[in-house]
Design a protein around this ligand. Structure first.
Ligand code: GCO
Length: 444
């Protein structure tokens, strides 16, 4: 596949559909000297946590190169850019706005708006200020209230520059990867912590939505969740039960409270010490009306019945074909996911807020001919189109990512960009996938 194609009559080719590219603050900014430390700085400084022992000190140096990066975004002909605000850059230790950090984002947003690029702002993409982690981080209920204060201050400061706000990116990753299996910052390990962190993040989401309703009622306000659809490895009842449990644990736990104001039924099967403390009124705070739901999709997983007593499922290795990060390429699950969420819940308009692939790119004569990534985008965009044809209201799609960047525990080893970054010279080179994405968008 050398081009990304959609059916000629696809609704995605109407000018009303939004095409964008996405990034996140810690993954691209660098500029650490001008902000407070965050949990990812600490995690990176801990031996053995990051595959290449790297950190976010420079990353893509977007903190200094943002003007040329806006030109780069414009050159891809996208309608929208999804970025995140670094909480430790805009808030000081005593909880006040940091004018220098705020100016970085107002300049950036003004620059994007001047070019007619719609701004999709995520208020939390994992960079919790370290001093809040020192007080328990997301295991401390107070953090949810600190988050609401931060949202109040920053949204007032940004004024009407923002087209869309997402309160959080992927609460699953922050809670489960960060506070249960510890492969992400802050690296806390223990089954008793994951659900507690998740509940406080969801509570913070609800409190944040209330602030947005007050401070920014005209923007499109919502949340971005990631989904890894869970498939049974065979048709047996035991495997189906295992996949269903996994689905409740990793997917439903984060969406059901938003729409039904309750957790999935597996909460009853959790050991007492693993249950979150839910105070009166929490679930109603969490279930605020949403203007949109962001869906991030990369892969699926398959499950079979548990092999040991006391467990609920066995997660199988990713099947083939796989991307460079080892995730199965299975576009059909994206269609099935969207259709199934649309039957289970009364969804607001959906935006695919992230989808993309790490591939083993090679640069030859200055060209990155990443046909594998083009093929991934072609198939997944068509999977989105199939879901639209089956009645799901999907209004936008964001490629992850604008450019190669700091891929969390994988450091700089895995490249997700439509644009290659040379981390020595900071030179950006549009890959053929970037050209193909632009060609698709430009044909409208
Ligand atoms: C996520 C994050 C991104 C990642 C991307 C690839 O979805 O995990 O939002 O920051 O880089 O997903 O893993």
């Amino acid at each position: 596949m050398t081009a990304i194609k959609l059916p000629k009559d696809s609704k995605m080719l109407s000018p009303k559909f939004t095409f964008g590219v996405a990034t996140a603050s810690f993954q691209i900014e660098g500029g650490v000297e001008d902000r407070l430390p965050c949990i990812w700085d600490t995690f990176c400084a801990t031996d053995g946590k990051i595959a290449d022992n790297s950190d976010g000190k420079t990353a893509c140096d977007h903190y200094n190169l943002w003007q040329q990066d806006i030109d780069l975004i414009e050159s891809l002909s996208v309608d929208a850019y999804r970025l995140s605000i670094s909480w430790p850059r805009v808030i000081t230790l005593d909880g006040q706005l940091n004018p220098k950090g705020v100016k970085f984002y107002t300049d950036l947003l003004d620059g994007l708006n001047a070019k007619g690029i719609k701004t999709f702002v995520t208020l939390y993409h994992w960079d919790l200020p370290q001093h809040l982690e020192d007080q328990g981080g997301w295991l401390n209920r107070d953090t949810a209230y600190k988050y609401a204060e931060y949202v109040d201050l920053i949204t007032q400061a940004l004024g009407n520059r923002v087209h869309s706000y997402a309160t959080f990116n992927e609460p699953f990753c922050s809670a489960f990867l960060g506070y249960e299996i510890g492969v992400h910052a802050p690296g806390v390990v223990g089954k008793e912590f994951g659900r507690k962190a998740a509940h406080h993040i969801l509570l913070a989401h609800g409190l944040g939505m209330k602030v947005l309703q007050k401070n920014s009622p005209d923007s499109l306000n919502g949340i971005v969740l990631n989904f890894t659809p869970c498939y049974p490895s065979t048709d047996s009842d035991a495997d189906k039960l295992a996949a269903d449990y996994a689905d409740q644990y990793i997917n439903q736990w984060y969406i059901k409270p938003l729409f039904d104001a309750s957790y999935p039924k597996m909460i009853d099967e959790l050991d007492e010490n693993c249950k979150p403390e839910i105070l009166d009124g929490d679930m109603n705070i969490i279930a605020q009306p949403l203007d949109f739901l962001g869906v991030n999709y990369y892969t699926r997983l398959t499950y079979s019945a548990p092999s040991q007593a006391g467990e609920f499922y066995t997660e199988l290795e990713h099947l083939y074909p796989r991307t460079d990060i080892g995730w199965e390429i299975y576009p059909k699950a994206l269609t099935e996911l969207l259709v199934s969420l649309n039957t289970q819940y009364k969804l607001p308009p959906v935006y695919i807020a992230e989808n993309g692939a790490a591939m083993p790119d090679k640069m030859e004569d200055g060209v990155i001919n990443d046909l594998d990534r083009i093929d991934y985008y072609h198939k997944h965009l068509n999977a989105v189109n199939d879901a639209i044809e089956q009645g799901v209201d999907i209004q936008g799609y964001f490629a992850w990512s604008l450019m190669d960047n700091f891929e969390w525990a994988e450091g700089y080893l895995k490249r997700f960009g439509l644009v290659r970054v040379n981390y020595v010279t900071q030179q950006r080179t549009i890959k053929n996938s970037g050209h193909a994405y632009k060609a698709l968008i430009s044909q409208r």
